[in-house]
Write a protein of this length. Structure first.
Length: 113
């Protein structure tokens, strides 16, 4: 079991802002997950992986794949109070769910560094 956060790599944001956006994605997706899967994920340690896409268009390609796969997800849109313009889409939270289901979609993405 794991949760994946897909971040845009083209946004000029601080590390703190990036962390906050990832947290929004994690919690939003968590709240939409099945209770049994949440329990299993927590029992296994609550693994989270942060991956990177190049831009908004690529993020939306993964968003569509995740929706079609019926995985829990949360698309983060920034409120625009600090570093980004209002309504900037920053990241996508997926899961928690089974590794295999998420990996079918995200296996080609690189870690966000």
């Amino acid at each position: 079991m794991k949760q994946v956060i897909i971040m845009r790599g083209d946004l000029p944001i601080s590390r703190g802002k990036l962390a906050a956006q990832a947290c929004h994605a994690s919690l939003g997706s968590y709240k939409r997950a099945d209770e049994r899967k949440i329990k299993n994920w927590e029992l296994e340690g609550g693994k989270k992986v942060v991956l990177k896409v190049k831009d908004r268009d690529e993020l939306f390609q993964y968003y569509e794949l995740v929706k079609a796969a019926d995985l829990p997800y949360f698309l983060v849109t920034d409120a625009g109070h600090t570093e980004l313009p209002e309504s900037t889409v920053t990241c996508l939270g997926i899961g928690p769910d089974e590794d295999e289901k998420i990996d079918k979609i995200t296996q080609d993405l690189k870690l966000f560094k």
